[in-house]
Write a protein that binds this ligand. Structure first.
Ligand SMILES: Cc1ncc(COP(=O)(O)O)c(C=O)c1O
Length: 330
């Protein structure tokens, strides 16, 4: 038998640290600050932003997360994101490691330590380490983690020219999993990869009844030919904080803007295809127009006025609304 060229070393702590640093050298990342309840503090060196492999969030997906935007040194709509985080935790039978106010303080403090003024704050709750079983290990302490980074960025062309999407071939998550922001994003990942492989920008989930669901990490909404903003019901898609806020803001513009009404209802595929505008909504994308779905134009195939008006409404709220928490400068 040929001699193996396998050269796998046993590493001591110093070698592990060096290897973690070298990994980040090979693939640089700009993660500004990371809080870990397991470490009991915050690190700013990305090489140290790690989890134990036996954490059940890693090997069983028993964890949840949420993301809030950092805008001009303030966190936008954190309470809404925390409401959803607590709802996801309850449905996932995850224990909270502390009171809501304490978690909020950790999030704000980690953002302060990051020194970033614009970006994203993503935080996770895990059932903790201690075994490779399914149920949490005996005595497992829940893990709470906060990452502050630059956020996801999307091409400018998405806003100027609009996106092109396809109906995904992957099945939508059943309602319980769709409304819970768990770390199980396999369908979401696959639908986006499928769309990119087809030369498109993203996918659209359709439910078993033939109604429109959502996209990979964004909600979908439509503007009918007579100007009504329509959003799918929130029972089978993630209740997007952006969608919920924007629907409220949009209601106050009805009659004196581009919209003539706002509805949350089932939207059959045929009705979506006949819309004047189709929109993507989310904390990272904000509001972006979809101009083509499954090779067919939406409306006149160009970004429309409602997309522009809603983006403006949201950006105004993100900069100067009443849902902002100041991040202190350290
Ligand atoms: C599956 C899914 N749908 C919708 C959204 C939009 O939610 P939000 O507006 O809270 O970012 C997200 C992003 O968190 C998501 O992951």
């Amino acid at each position: 038998m040929a001699q193996s060229e396998l050269n796998v070393q046993s590493l001591d702590a110093a070698a592990v640290l060096a290897a973690l640093r070298s990994l980040r050298d090979r693939q640089p990342v700009k993660f500004a600050a990371f809080y870990s309840s397991q470490l009991g503090g915050i690190v700013t060196d990305p090489a140290l932003m790690v989890l134990p492999f036996d954490d059940h969030m890693v090997h069983r997906g028993h964890g949840i997360f949420d993301t809030a935007a950092l805008v001009g040194g303030r966190i936008y709509d954190l309470e809404a994101h925390l409401d959803r985080f607590f709802g996801s935790a309850e449905r996932s039978r995850l224990k909270m490691p502390g009171a809501r106010a304490a978690l909020r303080d950790i999030i704000v403090h980690t953002a302060a330590v990051s020194r970033l003024r614009d970006g994203a704050i993503r935080y996770w709750l895990s059932s903790g380490p201690g075994s490779f079983d399914l149920v949490p290990a005996a005595g497992a302490e829940p893990g709470f983690f906060v990452m502050v980074f630059g956020g996801l960025s999307y091409p400018t062309r998405w806003y100027t020219d609009g996106l092109r999407v396809m109906t995904t071939t992957y099945p939508i998550k059943p309602p319980l999993y769709a409304i819970t922001k768990a770390t199980n994003y396999l369908p979401n990942v696959l639908m986006q990869m499928e769309a990119k492989a087809a030369g498109l920008d993203n996918g659209v989930f359709i439910d078993d009844a033939g109604n429109i669901g959502e996209s990979s990490n964004m909600n979908l909404a439509f503007v009918t030919r007579d100007g009504v903003l329509r959003h799918p019901k929130f029972e089978h898609v993630l209740p997007g904080c952006t969608s919920l806020r924007l629907l409220d803001l949009a209601r106050s513009t009805v009659g004196h803007g581009v919209l003539t009404g706002v509805e949350v209802c089932d939207i059959p595929v045929a009705e979506g295809r006949a819309a004047r505008e189709m929109l993507l909504l989310g904390s990272s994308i904000k509001v972006a127009p979809i101009v083509e779905w499954d090779g067919r134009p939406i409306g006149d195939g160009k970004p429309g006025p409602a997309a522009r008006a809603l983006l403006q409404l949201l950006e105004q709220d993100m900069r100067s609304g009443d849902r902002l928490i100041d991040v202190p400068r350290l």
